[in-house]
Design a binder for this molecule. Structure first.
Ligand code: HEM
Ligand SMILES: *[C@@H]1O[C@H](CO)[C@@H](O)[C@H](O)[C@H]1NC(C)=O
Ligand SMILES: *[C@@H]1O[C@H](CO)[C@@H](O)[C@H](O)[C@H]1NC(C)=O
Length: 321
């Protein structure tokens, strides 16, 4: 009798443990909310206050950090590989030359190394900082699962998996699908373009067509405005991806697509392609957008997460140990 009960208890315990392990694998690839709550309770608030102080002195950094997290996750997973300096690394590759905010991540890392040395990964810092950047810009918060290890490899040519400004919807969907992200994730995460800017070079051909005409998907009354900010032969000048709302995390970027006021070709096609336009329409509503953005961000932030021996806790975010 006694032995039987003990056995039963053991089985129940095993079941519970198995269930927990299963949930972790399915929902978070091993990452979980509050990973540092016992080992380094100040981790999340230090990241938040660091991002806050930098964004207060330079508001354009919020967009830089959000984009940096996306570019990290799409290449070798969210493992801070984008932060590693050196020749032929991701950081020096063409899609990343305009990335901004490295100093914010370095600053948070330095503070965390002083507080709890060797415990908090750069990959987690970048993931938390991306969420904080959205919140500081007026977006809704979400809980960030943590527990990523940092990668040891960064290869410039691998940035080819990132979407480009001229990619059509088929290609954009394929690149997101390759990372386990669906069409809703694509449209809603592209909504990250509600903050930040692009260099004129990435869409100049839409407003300075060699034949004198413009891309027919642009609102013609919008073209003079864009030509004024982006004079010909000034490829490095920058223009807001969400006109008149560059610092506000809202849905006017999506609403602008409907009016032919997408800046990049890759933005505008989300409205002209019937397979994505219904989602553009649906997520113009603020509450669904905010909710889905957090959900899709968590999904993106779990791409290719490294754990255990697959990675390390870097001492400095810009170099492997
Ligand atoms: C869907 C395909 C996407 C394409 C083709 C794309 C392309 C681009 C391009 C060309 C720029 C301008 C870069 C420069 O001037 O150097 C840009 C900026 C930006 N992207 Fe994307 N992007 C995409 C998705 C995303 C996603 C998923 C996010 C984040 C959730 C994101 C966040 C940003 C932000 C915040 C900026 C502004 C950066 C700044 O102001 O420094 N993008 N993107
Ligand atoms: C999308 O772009 C790819 C690569 O440039 C091309 O092969 C494909 O035909 C395009 N698809 C559509 C539907 O335009
Ligand atoms: C320019 O016009 C020529 C001749 O009509 C056409 O073949 C070409 O595709 C046009 N180029 C662009 C970029 O519109």
């Amino acid at each position: 009798m006694e032995g039987g009960n003990l056995w039963k208890k053991e089985m129940v315990l095993k079941f519970v443990l198995l269930g927990v392990a299963f949930m972790n694998t399915v929902h978070g690839h091993g990452t979980r909310v509050g990973f540092y709550s016992r080992t380094c309770p100040g981790a999340e608030s230090i990241v938040t206050s660091t991002v806050e102080s930098h964004v207060r002195s330079d508001p354009t950094l919020a967009a830089g950090i959000l984009r940096m997290h996306f570019h990290d996750c799409f290449v070798r997973g969210c493992d801070a590989s984008v932060l590693i300096a050196g020749s032929d690394t991701e950081r020096t590759a063409p899609p990343n030359v305009n990335l901004r905010g490295y100093e914010v991540i370095d600053d948070a890392k330095e503070k965390l190394e002083a507080l709890c040395p060797g415990l908090v990964s750069c990959a987690d810092i970048l993931t938390l900082a991306a969420r904080d950047s959205v919140v500081l810009s007026g977006g809704k918060s979400w809980k960030v699962p943590t527990g990523r290890k940092d990668g040891r490899v960064s290869i410039g040519s691998e940035t080819l998996s990132l979407p480009g400004p001229n990619d059509n919807v088929t290609v954009q969907k394929k690149k997101f699908n390759d990372k386990g992200l669906n069409t809703i994730d694509l449209v809603v995460l592209a909504g990250g373009h509600t903050i930040g800017t692009t260099a004129c070079q990435f869409f100049a051909d839409r407003i300075y067509n060699p034949n004198g005409t413009t891309d027919p998907s642009i609102d013609p009354s919008f073209v003079p405005f864009l030509r004024e900010i982006c004079p010909q032969n000034q490829p490095r000048k920058r223009v807001a991806l969400d006109t008149n709302s560059q610092f506000k995390f809202d849905t006017s970027y999506l609403a602008n697509l409907k009016r032919g006021r997408g800046i990049l070709r890759s933005d505008q096609v989300l409205w002209t392609d019937p397979s994505t336009s219904s989602f553009v329409q649906k997520y113009i509503a603020t509450a669904p957008f905010n909710y889905q953005f957090g959900k899709s961000m968590v999904k993106m932030s779990n791409i290719g997460v490294k754990q255990g021996d697959e990675g390390e806790i870097r001492n400095k975010c810009s170099a492997v140990n």
